[in-house]
Design a protein around this ligand. Sequence first.
Ligand code: SF4
Length: 221
Amino acid sequence: MTSYVHEARKRVGPRRTRIRPVIERLAAAHSDAAIALEFTSPLELLVSVMLSAQTTDVNVNRVTASLFAKYRRPEDYLAVAPQELERDIYATGFFRQKARSLRGTMKMLIEDYDGEVPRTLEELVRLPGVARKTANVVAAELGTPQGIVVDTHVRRLSQRLGFTRQEDPVKIERDLVRLVPREDWGRFPHLLIWHGRRVCIARRPRCEECVVNTLCPASRV
Ligand code: SF4
C-alpha cells in the first residue's frame, strides 16, 4: 500500500494546534459530508455497512432498495432459504460469505440482543462477520462513536496532514483518537473521505484549491 508519510515535510506547526482549524475548515467546505449509504433504522444501517465490503455505496443502495422492503426484521433473514438471501444480495459481490455473516448476525441479534442492534464496539464486533471497521461505522452513525474509522482516504489524508506517521490502520486510529476531539470522532472520517475524493486525490492532490493548504505539511503550494 502506498505511503504518504514522506510527503509531510513542511513546517506548519504542531498537530495539536492544527487539528481544530482543519476540522472547521473541512466542515465548512464539505457541509454535505455524510455516510452515502441509505438506511432508515439501525438494522438497515448494520446490513448496509456489512454489504458495503469490497463494493461501492452506490451499488449497495441499489440492492438494499428492494432488500429492505422484503427483510424488515432480523427474523426475516432467517425465514428464507440461504440461497434466496444469497440471490437477493448477489449484486454486492462475495454474496455467499455476506449471506452467511448476515444470517449469523441476525441469529445473534435475536438470541442475545432482543432483536436490537447493540451500540458498543465490544458488542458489535461479536456479531459474525462484523469487523472493527464495520463496528466503528455503525457505532458512529448511531451517535455513539467509540473509535475513528480508518479507510484508504482517512489513512492518506492523515499522513499528508501530518496527523500520523504510522502505516497500519490500527496504529493510525490510535494516533487519531488521541488527537481528534471526541465530539468529532463521528464526522472526522466523513470529512477526510469527502476531501480525499474531491480535493486531496491520491495521485494528484489539488493543493492550490485546498482549504487547509496553509495547515498542511504536504501542501505543494
Ligand atoms: S490537497 Fe490539501 S490536504 Fe491534500 S496534500 Fe494538498 S494541501 Fe494537503
